[in-house]
Design a protein around this ligand. Structure first.
Ligand SMILES: O=C(CO)[C@H](O)[C@H](O)COP(=O)(O)O
Ligand SMILES: [Fe+2]
Length: 225
């Protein structure tokens, strides 16, 4: 698979979401951060906004649910039009059942790990998932500094994916920019979320293109575009 760049609309202008989606029309997915002020200390948007955004853009939506009780809410994001739904391992009560439900409803199922959550206890769950998200900041806010100490976890996760011969995508989210994306790609990530590095740029479409080029050149796993 080629590397993928998913701009995070957390750093976009929420009053102009359709235009902000259009500004990165060359992106692979649009990353939508859903926060409930319980799982993380911040509040963003919910199902109705995802529903409207899905109608307003051709770019598929990658919903990152930073919420309590994703077992109850995640299926509604599939129904709202998300092409990929990520729940947090720390919040899910029954991750296998939830991943199967997301897939059965027609979306890609993905699980996220906060920085202090190890991958090893989840090795046997990997075949149930289409993507694993390794957070490279503490979830809750955009614009934070990339945590270098997550690189060994990215590497170990890539080794587990290879060991089991899985097609699983490996996403990184938090502090991904021109100065950190190559380290992530070298470690084995192939899907890159970037919020401030894209929407903080004077030309967001060009930022996506440049990040894609850097990641593809540094990737030891993905083939280039
Ligand atoms: O999940 C997130 C925060 O919890 C965001 O997707 C992430 O932080 C993107 O923002 P940036 O690229 O500016 O770090
Ligand atoms: Fe995110």
């Amino acid at each position: 698979m080629a590397v993928q760049i998913n701009p995070s609309i957390l750093s976009a202008d929420f009053a102009r979401l359709a235009d902000e989606a259009q500004a990165v029309a060359g992106a692979d997915w649009l990353h939508v951060d859903v926060m409930d002020n319980h799982f993380v200390p911040n509040l963003t948007l919910g199902v109705p906004v995802v529903e409207s955004l899905a109608r307003a853009t051709d770019t598929p939506l990658d919903c990152h649910l930073m919420i309590e009780n994703p077992d109850r809410w995640a299926p509604q994001y599939v129904e709202a039009g998300a092409g990929s739904v990520t729940f947090h391992a720390e919040a899910a009560h029954a991750p296998v059942r939830l991943a199967r439900e997301i897939r059965a409803k027609g979306a890609r199922a993905s699980m996220a790990l906060k920085p202090a959550t190890p991958i090893e206890p989840y090795e046997d769950l990997l075949p149930e998932l289409d993507m694993l998200l390794i957070m490279t900041v503490e979830p809750g806010f955009g614009g934070q500094a990339f945590l270098d100490i997550m690189l060994p976890k990215i590497r170990r996760t890539r080794e587990l994916i290879s060991k089991h011969g899985l097609e699983l995508w490996l996403q990184v989210d938090g502090g991904v920019s021109a100065s950190t994306i190559e380290r992530c790609a070298e470690a084995g990530a192939d899907v890159f979320v970037a919020g401030s590095a894209v929407y903080g740029a004077s030309d967001p479409a060009e930022a996506v293109r440049a990040l894609r080029e850097q990641a593809a050149a540094a990737s030891t796993w993905a083939c280039g575009h």
